[in-house]
Design a protein around this ligand. Structure first.
Ligand code: FE2
Length: 640
């Protein structure tokens, strides 16, 4: 069975699932070169189909998902139509469809939401700015005629979920694993494209997150929590508690956390702009404005402060800083991000994030225990699961023994999750549960001819083919060159994991500054290491091992790694084993030369750019940046 997964929201992506395995994956931003790009085109779908050696004629089902309030844009796919009726040959059970038929909800009701509203409504400027950035084509569109469909989640209502419940009230409830919930988060439709009508199915955003992480985990059973950046605490649109058992996946309850919005808006307040940078800034500061009264979900915080949680938290930070006599002039000034007012607000928000996440996870554990459901496993997904220090504290201090987070826990994983949801949860196709973490290398393979064409046609570069590229790369690194390493299928997800990476010697403290310069980043921003998996425990502790996706923060045990040791002694590591490919040989060669099995690793991209995808992108980076050497599929290229 072939399922085509389409995610139309920001971090738009396409995947092909062949008998439950990911055959191909295309993240739109890697090709149109707009970070977090929204919407899909023929190109994206064709690229994924071609990589899976399939055409639309081979596709049995289409899974569709999007980002809440930034719904489906179909204008860029020629002839792509959705009919809001199940395919005649489809017999999927759908609670939503039944409810719509009972209550006479029409297609027009669905279509009254959507991206045109997201752009035209009075959105906060920060949010509107994010939307414009991920969808620059929007400026030229006539929004009234734009084809979009809405937020199917609006048609699922569980009465107990609509009551305002704080975390303590949730913790007193049962989990209620009900079949009507398991079959309540999708809507069967019919998709027509290129003359073929395919059974289609919308899958609710957070069910796709939950499916993406659970079905790719090594767990037979697991508690699951999803939570997005910018999440406002508005019901299940901000995230879910869920539970997975074998092929079955139940939503347990919305948690109503507002943490994603509090964190992202604080990134705006201190001027760094995004959550990843706030996470990097926090270790510079002290959590002087942390206050336990802000731990909770949106109902907890609203009840205590009588205003929305984001406004309450931002006002609290400002007021406390003013009262304490901080110099307020640098607040929100990107050029002065590390000044005390900004760094201490960042540290306070990071601590709040960690404490709230822990409280939420304990709430989920209690809801399951109240139903006598036992599991030592936890899966996390949604953009907030990219917060490495929080993930490590959940692993160290939380109620679950094992924590799994997928590399595509951001919205880029939703195409995969929606397809897996249909395959396993709705069609109850069996899982093949692996004993090792799944490969993150899901991108397209570029042949020798594409590599050589990119090198041959580029001006101003020379290249050679070393007998042992890994040894040559290690020698360059020992010689303190900054290099890029491009091999095989690109990594899915926002973190570079050794197939599209910039590497440098960890022993030279100045490489922190040098690599930030090459990448056009603020000089204070930290870097992460890759480490040979079997030697990782000699150099790092405090996080699960192996840790293959750079999603947990470790404590650095050595003083020999200054380029990747953050100011608080932490580092977010990636452990590298044989499944990572040639990058492991680079690490081994560097270890042989230096006795250090660790390298600085950062994503292969320039400022504000998506990660390099094609050989041509890699060559262009060499031409346009100060990087010393670029290795592309074993070829060593430098500027002439
Ligand atoms: Fe999400």
């Amino acid at each position: 069975m072939n399922i085509l997964g389409l995610h139309f929201g920001h971090d738009a992506a396409v995947c092909v699932l062949h008998n439950g395995e990911i055959a191909s994956y295309v993240l739109r931003e890697r090709y149109n070169r707009v970070k977090h790009a929204l919407g899909l085109s023929d190109f994206d779908i064709d690229a994924a189909l071609e990589a899976a050696s399939l055409t639309i004629q081979d596709i049995d089902r289409i899974a569709i998902t999007s980002t809440q309030d930034v719904e489906l844009m179909t204008d860029r796919i020629e002839g792509f139509e959705i009919q809001f009726a199940p395919h005649p040959e489809d017999n999927l059970t759908s609670v939503v469809l039944n409810a719509m038929q009972r209550s006479n909800v029409t297609v027009e009701d669905i279509q009254r939401y959507g991206v045109r509203n997201a752009f035209s409504k009075n959105k906060p400027e920060f949010y509107a700015g994010v939307l414009r950035a991920v969808f620059p084509e929007g400026a030229a569109l006539d929004w009234q005629s734009a084809r979009s469909v809405g937020w199917i989640d609006n048609y699922i209502e569980v009465e107990r979920w609509t009551k305002p419940r704080g975390l303590e009230e949730l913790a007193a409830e049962r989990a209620y694993l009900e079949e009507q919930l398991r079959f309540g988060f999708h809507l069967p439709v019919t998709v027509e494209w290129r003359g073929r009508k395919v059974p289609g199915c919308f899958v609710a955003h957070h069910m796709a997150h939950a499916a993406s992480v659970f079905y790719r985990s090594t767990f037979d059973r697991a508690a699951i929590m999803t939570h997005d950046g910018f999440a406002t605490g508005n019901g299940y649109h901000g995230g879910l508690f869920a539970f997975g058992d074998g092929t079955r996946l139940w939503p347990v309850s919305p948690h109503n956390l507002v943490l994603g919005a509090m964190y992202d808006n604080t990134a705006g307040l201190v001027g760094v702009g995004d959550a990843g940078k706030l996470m990097g800034l926090a270790p510079y500061g002290e959590p002087r404005f942390f206050e336990r009264a802000f731990i909770g979900n949106t109902h907890d915080i609203e009840a205590r402060f009588q205003t929305d949680p984001v406004s309450a938290w931002l006002a609290h930070c400002r007021e406390r800083a003013q009262q304490a006599g901080y110099d307020m002039a640098p607040l929100g000034d990107r050029a002065h991000a590390t000044e005390p007012v900004n760094r201490d607000i960042a540290a306070s928000t990071q601590l709040l994030f960690e404490e709230t996440y822990l409280a939420a996870i304990r709430t989920l554990a209690r809801m399951l225990t109240n139903d006598n459901i036992q599991t030592g496993n936890l899966c996390l997904s949604g953009g907030t699961a990219l917060n490495c220090p929080s993930n490590s504290r959940i692993w160290r201090e939380g109620p679950f023994d094992n924590v799994f987070i997928e590399p595509t826990c951001d919205d880029g994983g939703l195409a995969i999750g929606a397809a897996l949801h249909i395959y396993h949860n709705l069609l109850e196709q069996p899982r093949r549960i692996e004993t090792t973490s799944p490969s993150p290398y899901l991108g397209i393979t570029y042949g020798e001819s594409a590599v050589e064409a990119a090198l041959e046609t580029a001006s101003g570069i020379v290249w050679s083919q070393p007998d042992d590229p890994a040894a040559a790369a290690a020698a360059d690194l020992v010689g303190d060159k900054i290099i890029a390493w491009f091999e095989g299928r690109s990594e899915a997800g926002p973190r570079a994991l050794g197939h599209r990476s910039i590497l440098a010697d960890v022993r030279n403290a100045d490489n922190w500054r040098r690599v930030n310069h090459v990448k056009g980043r603020e000089l204070w921003r930290p870097f992460a290491p890759i480490v040979l998996a079997e030697k990782a425990a000699d150099w790092f502790d405090g996080c699960p091992m192996p840790s293959p996706y750079m999603l947990f923060t470790a404590t650095v045990r050595s003083t020999d790694l200054p380029a990747i040791t953050h100011v608080d002694g932490s580092s977010r590591i990636q452990t590298v084993d044989a499944s990572c490919g040639g990058i492991r040989h680079v690490l081994e060669a560097f270890d042989r030369e230096t006795g250090v099995p660790v390298l600085m690793n950062t994503s292969f991209n320039g400022p504000g750019e998506p990660i390099v995808e094609t050989p041509a992108h890699a060559v262009a980076f060499l031409q346009d940046s100060d990087i010393d050497v670029v290795y592309i599929e074993g070829r060593r290229a430098v500027r002439s």
